[in-house]
Design a protein around this ligand. Structure first.
Ligand code: ZN
Length: 175
């Protein structure tokens, strides 16, 4: 079993970011460093170091990445690598993405497909449902109706989440 289970939909962003870094004269990053950096950007959350037994976990939002630590290393290799490339900055108890990293990731993501998951919870019948769209502005409190009980405005909690990849990854078929 792979030590780090990476999100397949981010593979294209990782490749694109690696290419962008190379074009900007940065040394290549490990897969783990790329993944941690992209997670920090997408979750808009700092990377924090958490001790897990003999390993260090890099926590970022709700994601955890395990980093094997050699001896009494002061900082995990991933953090050192990202710091020396000016891609993260020490901030409070963690590390946040630098302006340079955000601009490079913006460029890398711009080359990738994206769609939006509009997630809804109906407070009348308690159904949780989601719809997937490439036109998120079309779906809001005045247009979405609960598919089970038919309620809408005032009863639905709606939030949007942009996702990387193709909308057919969620629901197959061409539109
Ligand atoms: Zn309902």
């Amino acid at each position: 079993m792979a030590r780090h289970r990476f999100n397949d939909k981010r593979t294209r962003v990782r490749h694109s970011l690696q290419r962008t870094l190379k074009e900007n004269g940065s040394p290549p990053l490990t897969e783990l460093a790329l993944e941690v950096l992209i997670a920090a950007y997408l979750n808009d959350a700092p990377v924090e170091l958490l001790q897990r037994g003999s390993e260090i976990a890099l926590g970022c939002g709700r994601e955890l990445f395990l980093e094997p630590v050699a001896g009494a290393a002061i900082l995990p290799a991933t953090i050192l690598q990202l710091l020396s490339a000016d891609l993260i900055l020490a901030e409070g108890v963690g590390y946040s993405t630098s302006a340079r990293a955000r601009s490079l990731i913006d460029r890398a993501i711009g080359e990738c497909a994206r769609y939006t998951a509009v997630k809804v919870r109906c407070s009348a019948c308690r159904l949780h449902f989601a719809l997937f769209t490439t036109h998120p502005h079309r779906h809001n409190h005045t247009t979405v109706t609960c598919p089970e009980c038919g309620r809408r405005e005032g009863r639905l909690l709606i939030w949007s989440e942009e996702r990387l990849g193709f909308i057919a990854d969620e629901v197959p078929g061409e539109s």
